[in-house]
Each structure stands twice: as C-alpha cells, then as structure tokens.
Design a protein around this ligand. Sequence first.
Ligand code: FES
Ligand code: FES
Length: 169
Amino acid sequence: MDAEVTLTVDGTRHQLPVDTRTTLLDLMRERLGNTSPKKGCDHGQCGACTVLLDGQRQLSCLALAVAHDGAEITTADGLAPAGELHPVQQAFLDNDAFQCGYCTPGQVCSAVGVLDEVSRGWPSHATADLTGEVELSHDEVAERMSGNLCRCAAYANIVPAVQQAGGAR
Ligand code: FES
Ligand code: FES
C-alpha cells in the first residue's frame, strides 16, 4: 500500500508516494539519492544511519517514512552550507576521527545530537552529578556515543573530537 508523504531533507522539500513499509533510510538513499546516511546493519544496532529528525538524533533504518510525514531531516551532508564545515565536522577532521569513514556521517549526526542534549542538561547513564552542568568527560561522551559503532575502531579520536566540538578541555 502506498501513502503520500512530505519530507524536508537537507533543506529540500519532497512530496512523493511511498510504500508504507519504506524506512526513512531507504527513502533517502533509494528514492532521493541522498547517500549521506549509511546502511550498516539495517536493524538499529550500528548507528551508521543516524540523522537528525526534527532536531533530534534518530536511527533512520528504524523509522518508517509514513510515520514522519511533514518532518524535517538533516543528514551529515546537510549540516553545513556549501563550502563550510559544521564545528563537529571540523573537529572530526582536526582529530583524525575516522579511517574508512563509513560510520562518520552517523557519528557526526549523533555528536550534534549529543551536544544539543548536553546543552539542555539531559543526563546520561554516565552522568555523576544530576544537578549540575553535564561535563563532557571521556566517560560521558563514550556513553552518549555508544550507539554508534566504528568498525575501524577510531573511538580514541572520536571522543576528543566530540569534546572539542563541545568546547570541553
Ligand atoms: S543501519 Fe541503522 S542502526 Fe545500523
Ligand atoms: S571509520 Fe571506518 S567504520 Fe568508522
């Protein structure tokens, strides 16, 4: 069964009929030609497909397009204007936080989501002090980014990249 959905992806509005079983990930990659979000596991275990959905990080392989009619999606590709880098993207470059880069778009989107969650004071399982400001310690970043796997094991540089982007020392 098809349903009409309208989605804004990286600033461009799309209105199209989709099979109601279509995930946001497949819609973006196969219908819209946006290959920034990557398909790793296709069942919510690796984080490679992470995008920002109405500003919050979301695994696009687990989200049905029809359930998000009218949503605004930002992929890593759409995070910065042409010719510029988002501070998280710059921090990944500065810290050599990738090797093959397959997980990187998901890592970057997730990190943007993490920094927003931290700025709102949302605690994680690793937050020691639930009443003060969230400190971007190694454990805090590692816990918050733990849904994003890196098969190249670039974690040692991903954590400092996220800390740099968040202004942590
Ligand atoms: S492809 Fe979505 S979590 Fe792995
Ligand atoms: S850089 Fe290769 S999977 Fe992360």
